[in-house]
Design a protein around this ligand. Structure first.
Ligand SMILES: [Zn+2]
Length: 92
């Protein structure tokens, strides 16, 4: 857990996103979960948001629905969060 604003730049996949072009894009994420979220993207999982919870909530990552099969393949635990989004709990 890190304080809010303690960020690290990682590169995430964007695809079919009307805000940006397809490909790898740098984003700032909470430092303490940055390596794990980077690994998810390196595995092809499209993460759309994340927060380490800063000690108040469990660390969570939002994932595009199209990455559901990869979450299953790599054994991530998740639930349906919104229509097109899955919520992954990083605490296993
Ligand atoms: Zn943190």
């Amino acid at each position: 857990m890190c304080n809010w604003g303690t960020d690290k730049i990682i590169y995430v996949i964007r695809r079919n996103n009307n805000l940006t072009s397809d490909g790898w894009h740098p984003v700032a994420v909470d430092f303490c979960i940055a390596d794990e979220v980077q690994q998810m993207n390196n595995r092809g999982i499209i993460t759309t948001g994340c927060c380490c919870g800063h000690g108040k909530r469990p660390p969570e990552v939002l994932v595009s629905l199209e990455s559901k099969e990869l979450l299953d393949k790599f054994g991530y635990l998740y639930e349906i969060y919104e229509d097109r989004t899955l919520l992954v709990n990083l605490k296993k």
